[in-house]
Design a protein around this ligand. Structure first.
Ligand SMILES: Nc1ncnc2c1ncn2[C@@H]1O[C@H](COP(=O)(O)OP(=O)(O)OP(=O)(O)O)[C@@H](O)[C@H]1O
Ligand SMILES: [Mg+2]
Length: 306
């Protein structure tokens, strides 16, 4: 409401801003989107791996899915959209790779199983924290702007070439999913990672709702840390007391694409840059076989109505 007139105040979107503002805002935004979409034209499927919740295993799922698909013969690229807590450089063994600036843009280095990757870890000095050199009051705004700009550049200015899959590891925070969709409004699909805890359930449910509000219906649920497992264990043991994975699928009507146990050995291999993916017949390995199968089948038409 306006302070004096009582009239609702209209906030314009940038598509409504006239060219006479002198800012050329509309051209800039549309130009950036066009660059992203031109670059992604040669990619079979752009798939986001998101959650909203932090620490649920988005990056581990991205790295293990990427190598699982690559070992089946697919060409795969991975974008680490996390500026503050990048981990895919490490998980894909890309750290220390030199970036080559070619005539068409930056050439992404190849990591585990030939997966191409781009992460801010390749741009930052080892273990250097990210610092904003400016007034403290502006820090959060600029971090957000920088992260959004980084994602746009990773999508548009990197020579991805012809890929079957480009997986985008979306940082924690429901707003980060929105930022990804600003650049890629119609991804082939979004894998939403969750864990059994009740706290995760409420956050991840909100992420699913925001995806649907944005018109994304191609969503697969990945239940991570669904129990505790090791290579010699027949069945995973409970890890959390909650039943949040099942409750998320029931409340959203979405299908559970894979149920991945917490397997410390597999986790440490992932963190060392050697993600095991679907390499063996362990419960962890079988879960990634199932996930890779499902991704290969595509996102369309298998959703159960809520
Ligand atoms: N199923 C699993 N088995 C064993 N370790 C796992 C599993 N899933 C994730 N991990 C480990 O847990 C840690 C956190 O996972 P990860 O970094 O992938 O979470 P994240 O959701 O990407 O976190 P953030 O929100 O900070 O980006 C990592 O060390 C990872 O290897
Ligand atoms: Mg992560």
């Amino acid at each position: 409401m306006g302070p004096t007139t009582g009239e609702p105040r209209k906030v314009r979107g940038y598509a409504e801003v006239s060219h006479e503002t002198g800012s050329e805002l509309l051209e800039q935004v549309l130009g950036q989107r066009a660059r992203v979409s031109a670059r992604l034209d040669t990619i079979g499927a752009v798939i986001a791996v998101a959650s909203g919740k932090g620490g649920v295993g988005k990056s581990a799922v991205t790295a293990n899915l990427a190598v699982s698909l690559a070992r089946r013969g697919a060409s795969v690229g991975v974008v680490d959209a996390d500026l503050n807590g990048p981990s895919l450089g490490r998980m894909l063994g890309l750290r220390g790779s030199k970036l080559v600036d070619g005539s068409e843009g930056v050439v992404p280095p190849a990591g585990a199983d030939g997966v191409l990757g781009m992460s801010s870890e390749l741009l930052l000095k080892e273990d250097a924290p990210l610092r904003w050199k400016g007034p403290d009051s502006d820090r959060f705004i600029w971090q957000g702007v920088t992260e959004a700009a980084m994602l746009r550049e990773f999508l548009s200015d990197v020579v991805w070439g012809e890929l079957d899959y480009l997986l985008v590891d979306v940082p924690p925070g429901t707003d980060k999913i929105g930022r990804f969709l600003d650049l890629v409004p119609t991804p082939a699909g979004v894998l939403v990672v969750t864990i059994p805890s009740e706290v995760a359930l409420s956050v991840v449910s909100r992420s699913v709702a925001s995806l649907r509000e944005a018109g994304v219906e191609s969503i697969g649920i990945v239940g991570n840390m669904s129990g505790y497992s090791s290579p010699d264990a027949e069945h995973p043991l409970p890890l959390f007391s909650g039943d949040g994975i099942r409750r998320l699928t029931e409340s959203t009507g979405l299908e559970l694409w894979a149920e991945i146990p917490f397997d410390p050995g597999m986790g440490s291999r992932t963190d060392r840059g050697d993600p095991p993916g679907a390499s063996d017949d362990s419960v962890f390995g079988r879960a990634f076989q199932a996930l890779a199968d499902r991704v290969e089948q595509g996102f369309g038409g298998r959703e159960v109505a809520p």
